[in-house]
Design a binder for this molecule. Structure first.
Ligand code: HEM
Ligand SMILES: *[C@@H]1O[C@H](CO)[C@@H](O)[C@H](O)[C@H]1NC(C)=O
Ligand SMILES: *[C@@H]1O[C@H](CO)[C@@H](O)[C@H](O)[C@H]1NC(C)=O
Ligand SMILES: *[C@@H]1O[C@H](CO)[C@@H](O)[C@H](O)[C@H]1NC(C)=O
Ligand SMILES: *[C@@H]1O[C@H](CO)[C@@H](O)[C@H](O)[C@H]1NC(C)=O
Ligand SMILES: *[C@@H]1O[C@H](CO)[C@@H](O)[C@H](O)[C@H]1NC(C)=O
Ligand SMILES: *[C@@H]1O[C@H](CO)[C@@H](O)[C@H](O)[C@H]1NC(C)=O
Length: 329
């Protein structure tokens, strides 16, 4: 080989390397199902679209289901597993029981994916894509990120891990941040991903402690804006109203946008853990910033979702491709 050929050759190798590395993200791969299931995105989008057309809230529910999957032993579809004789699963853990939704939507999509490409696509990847589609469709197509794929399904689930690892709305920001950092995320990810609360609903039981006798002071939470407080006191008058719902973003409830941050700036966060983002100088600076720059929130939300979607994933020969998302093969 003469020197100029060898130069061309190494430039070419470098080019190939760059192209390949841009397609592979860690162990996951942006083109993972391109040959084995070319219609995957279309099938997931159709499934999410018809679920949302029937029930707008389902977008929020699918997004949250993905979060609750990833925060318990990584994104492995564990939240989808029913209890068995060998393990107690996550569906009845405190943060999930009578609260997480969307299992039947994932089942319908999985059934359609199986028809097109049997035993090829993990339930975990379907849930990850469904969360992206849910945001994309709720935002009027302005929020989008590319999801690296190739996650495999786990073979166990843990109710106690779900109780310990999913953040609670009643714990202080430092504790929530600690749960995120233990998974390789940062306080910035706490602020950015909390922006998911721009869609969906919470039950009175998740925030009513703010309404009447906050921290036994006999007064409501002073960081709750007074007209929103009055509305919420009407929604949640007493202990018999624990399952009544209030929107996490009362202004643009079903639209994925940056209004969540605008609400926090004017003391209209619903959960104590939402409004707490204004009680720390680092996080409140980020809240102010995202309240002003929707485009930057959109970008950072995608980045943080991709990061969350990589927590302790199973790839290669680990785990399995479940046939039925409810049970291990
Ligand atoms: C930062 C810590 C977080 C806490 C403490 C928290 C807590 C909660 C709580 C208490 C609810 C209402 C549940 C109920 O009353 O039934 C909720 C709803 C929701 N959460 Fe979070 N969450 C957090 C982070 C996240 C993240 C990272 C995401 C997704 C990226 C997310 C997405 C959602 C969505 C979309 C809903 C509405 C679900 C629906 O309407 O079905 N949350 N969250
Ligand atoms: C439509 O949504 C309702 C809840 O709002 C649910 O009970 C029903 O099963 C859904 N129907 C379909 C076909 O998904
Ligand atoms: C993908 O969809 C196209 C048209 O919608 C169809 O012709 C093709 O058979 C599908 N491919 C698979 C693998 O299902
Ligand atoms: C916050 O974390 C600390 C240290 O782990 C713990 O002792 C405390 O009980 C937690 N607070 C709440 C409200 O969960
Ligand atoms: C309880 O809330 C009041 C405001 O309603 C506040 O002034 C006080 O410091 C809080 N006490 C504790 C222990 O957090
Ligand atoms: C809070 O902000 C929202 C949107 O930014 C606005 O619609 C709402 O009226 C504000 N509430 C108060 C009390 O200022
Ligand atoms: C705020 O950020 C600075 C610099 O990143 C850090 O040193 C500090 O601990 C942070 N404060 C909190 C409360 O997280």
């Amino acid at each position: 080989m003469n020197p100029s050929n060898s130069n061309t050759y190494s430039l070419f190798s470098l080019f190939v390397l760059l192209v390949l590395s841009s397609l592979v993200s860690g162990q996951l791969d942006y083109k993972f199902y391109d040959n084995s299931c070319p219609n995957l995105t279309k099938i997931v989008r159709n499934g999410v679209w018809s679920a949302i057309s029937n029930d707008t809230r389902m977008a929020a529910s699918l997004l949250r289901l993905h979060f609750h999957d990833c925060f318990v032993n990584g994104c492995d579809g564990s939240v989808l597993l029913d209890d068995t004789s060998s393990f107690t699963g996550e569906k009845n853990a405190g943060p999930n029981r009578n609260s997480v939704r969307g299992f039947e939507v994932i089942d319908t999509i999985k059934a359609n994916v199986e028809k097109s490409c049997p035993s090829t696509v993990s339930c975990t990847d379907i849930l990850t894509l469904a969360a992206r589609e849910a945001v994309y469709l709720s935002a009027g197509y302005s929020y989008y990120w590319i999801v690296p794929l190739g996650r495999r399904d786990g073979t166990t689930a843990s109710q106690s891990a779900a109780n310990q690892q999913i953040p609670s709305p009643f714990e202080p920001l430092e504790n929530i941040t600690a749960k995120f950092t233990s998974k390789g995320l940062t306080m910035k990810d706490v602020v950015v991903l909390s922006g998911a609360h721009t869609i969906g609903f919470a039950q009175c039981s998740s925030f009513k402690q703010r309404l009447f006798n906050y921290n036994s002071s006999g007064q409501p939470d002073p960081t709750l804006e007074s007209s929103l407080l009055k509305n919420l006191q009407t929604t949640c008058p007493d202990d018999n109203s624990d399952t009544n719902l209030a929107p996490l973003d009362p202004v643009t409830t079903n639209k994925f946008d940056n209004v969540y941050y605008k609400n926090l700036v004017n003391n209209s966060g619903l959960l104590q853990s939402d409004q707490a983002l204004m009680g720390d100088s680092n996080s409140s600076a980020m809240v102010n910033y995202y309240s002003k720059y929707p485009y930057l929130f959109a970008q950072d939300f995608g980045t943080s979702m991709v990061k969350m979607g990589k927590i302790s994933v199973l790839t290669g020969n680990d785990g399995e491709i479940r046939k039925n998302c409810h049970v291990v093969n």
